[in-house]
Design a protein around this ligand. Structure first.
Ligand code: FEO
Ligand code: CA
Ligand code: CA
Ligand code: CA
Length: 634
């Protein structure tokens, strides 16, 4: 969540349960709620594990071997007893010998282009051998209030260049020395990709009229990537970085035409406060109305080749991408699950045309070039039930009403305006789909729906199905099982794995959360999720850290760990003041976990993480190990 997003939150009272909400609480009985899927009827999905209400309250999962940590409001990164957390890299750390060191104020754009970017988010670990690796890390955005003495109020062209250089992706060479992973300065894979790095536009939308600009009349070569939220990793060794809130970087002095399509993507005259359009005409909608169409994509990067050109894969659709969870289906097709993180937007699936070849990695390199995009529609078994069936609706030109009469002249049109195509086919509006994570060995997929204050308030966002609470402050985790256990089938069963909530503040209502939420493990706004090899589900939060009102007792943002079979959830770590915990990846032996601390001290909240004293707070990647060298979580 950026401060601009948060401003939107501040305009809306968060700490009250409005009258409408209370009505809904009464209308959905707690009994039915607990008797439904969220009572952890996981048995339907994991047939070998019988479940009951008692299991949810138990603390016996063999997967969760650590002692849970309490909530915290300290300016600290707190891990369980027997675990160790060390800093790997922070915003501004130097990647190349010739680059000046980061200063707490007065940095330059040139220096930043050779330093670790800001607001690290999704990341992936690429092992080379036991002691050498690459870590590719997204740098989502920056905090002007921490970056500039003027806090963003008086942006210059140089300031915009600095901010642009702080965005994008950092590729880091890592070496294990003296038993711990370290960043190698001037390492051979080190690379900064930022908002001005040349990249290719590829796939069905390449060369489309809407992608052409004066600087790129062919519509096939873009500059840069920004607001890189979460990520994905392919089995052929590439990194996927996902462009999320790209809209806010564009604006105009007021004379640009804002089309309905631009409005659907949140593009307007004002922008979100980044002010790039005031100093860089590329972001001025009056000068370059097509430039925003070149963002909102998934970008594929070869981390092993620092000279490679990143590729925007338009077959995966254009929206506010969260992550890209890739699985190889049993029939060899590559399936990528994709969330569009905005209130009332949708959940997508891509299925490649070609098949994965485990014996020829080079042959896999273009698998994301061509395929079929789908969007999800959910049905509840009965009104108010928290489980049901669903289907993937194909977003292919000529099908499901995606025709010229309805405004879609080609497949490229559908991909560039995927949100509008999703509406045309009748997709379900969701409570902000964030990360998707597929279980490593079973055909079950999880997605965080982080929160949605508009649920039950806006006409197109009814309280229904997997989005069962009006003015949803807390979020939920949805899961589905594809029919026949095959990721390429178009039907699935779904239920809710957990409804986050606050059983202390809202006992006996849907806002208390599901049966697996207690006063000891409660949290709000699940966002980053990922499985480890053993099948533990790691859950990171990007929520309200006020510790008051609806959020009383929930403390700072945190990471939890769940047993997907029993539903048990334990808190694994807590982050420093005003941070979000986001980004997770493991070494192949599962004995080191990397976790991101994003925007500690945003909005001048008073953090000095990670250096303490009076230092500027800096987003950082942390390394977590066990003192006894064991597997993380076990
Ligand atoms: Fe960048 Fe939806 O979080
Ligand atoms: Ca974030
Ligand atoms: Ca996120
Ligand atoms: Ca979020």
């Amino acid at each position: 969540m950026s401060r601009f997003d948060r401003q939107d939150e501040l305009n809306h009272p968060r700490n009250e349960v409005p009258e409408f909400t209370q009505m809904v609480e009464k209308s959905l009985s707690r009994r039915r709620f607990l008797g439904g899927a969220a009572a952890l009827g996981a048995a339907a999905f994991f047939a070998t594990t019988p479940l009951s209400r008692a299991v949810a309250a138990a603390t016996s999962s063999p997967l969760l071997g650590f002692k849970p940590v309490a909530t915290s409001t300290d300016d600290a990164f707190i891990v369980p007893e027997g675990y160790k957390a060390e800093r790997l890299v922070s915003w501004g750390d130097v990647l190349f010998d010739a680059v000046p060191e980061f200063k707490d104020s007065g940095n330059t754009a040139d220096a930043q282009a050779g330093q670790f970017g800001d607001n690290n988010d999704g990341m992936s670990f690429f092992a080379i051998d036991d002691n050498n690796a690459i870590l590719a890390v997204n740098n989502e955005y920056c905090n002007y209030e921490l970056m500039f003495a003027h806090q963003g109020d008086n942006m210059s062209a140089q300031d915009v260049k600095y901010a642009q250089a702080a965005h994008g992706v950092s590729v880091l060479t890592l070496k294990k020395q003296n038993g711990r992973w370290q960043l190698v300065k001037d390492g051979k894979y080190n690379r900064r990709i930022h908002a001005n790095t040349p990249m290719a536009i590829s796939g069905p939308a390449k060369g489309h009229e809407l992608l052409k600009t004066a600087a790129d009349p062919k519509g096939e070569r873009a500059l840069g990537t920004f607001n890189n939220c979460a990520n994905g990793m392919t089995p052929w060794g590439t990194y996927l970085t996902c462009e999320e809130n790209f809209n806010g970087y564009f604006g105009s002095p007021g004379n640009a035409d804002i089309t309905p399509a631009m409005a659907r993507y949140g593009i307007g005259h004002e922008g979100a406060g980044w002010k790039w359009h005031q100093h860089d005409t590329r972001f001025d909608l009056a000068e370059n109305p097509n430039e925003p169409n070149r963002f909102g994509w998934v970008v594929e990067i070869d981390p092993k080749d620092p000279d490679s050109v990143p590729v925007k894969r338009t077959a995966l659709g254009r929206f506010k991408h969260e992550n890209a969870e890739l699985v190889i289906a049993d029939n060899g097709h590559v399936v990528v699950y994709l969330g569009d993180d905005e209130r009332g937007e949708h959940l997508y699936r891509f299925v490649s045309k070609g098949k994965y070849n485990p014996d020829n990695m080079a042959a896999n390199r273009e698998l994301l070039e061509e395929g079929t995009l789908y969007v999800a529609r959910f049905h509840a078994d009965k009104d108010g039930e928290l489980k049901g069936k669903g289907e993937w609706l194909e977003l292919t030109h000529g099908k499901n009403g995606l025709t010229a009469e309805n405004g879609f002249a080609s497949q490229a049109d559908i991909l560039i305006h995927a949100r509008m195509a999703a509406t045309q086919v009748g997709a379900t509006t969701m409570d902000r789909p964030e990360w998707v994570a597929a279980h490593p060995s079973e055909p079950v997929v999880f997605c965080t729906l982080t929160n949605n204050k508009n649920r039950g308030v806006k006409d197109n966002q009814p309280v229904d199905g997997p989005n069962p609470r009006a003015e949803n402050h807390y979020g939920q985790i949805l899961r589905w099982k594809p029919a026949g256990g095959q990721h390429t089938t178009n039907e699935f069963d779904w239920d809710l794995f957990v409804l986050a909530g606050n059983p202390t503040v809202h006992p006996g209502t849907l806002y208390a959360g599901s049966a697996n939420i207690t006063a000891d493990n409660m949290f709000n706004s699940p966002d980053g999720i990922g499985f480890d090899k053993a099948g533990r589900l790691w859950i990171q939060t990007d929520g309200n850290y006020s510790n008051e009102g609806n959020f009383a007792g929930q403390g700072n943002n945190q990471m939890l760990c769940a047993d997907p079979h029993t539903g048990e959830i334990k808190r694994f770590l807590t982050g420093p003041v005003a941070c979000e915990i986001t980004g997770l990846t493991f070494t192949p032996d599962q004995r080191t976990m990397f976790v991101g601390v994003q925007h500690p001290g945003e909005e001048m909240a008073g953090s000095h993480f990670p250096f303490g004293g009076n230092r500027t707070p800096r987003s950082s990647v942390m390394i977590i190990t066990r003192e006894d060298g064991g597997m993380i979580g076990a």
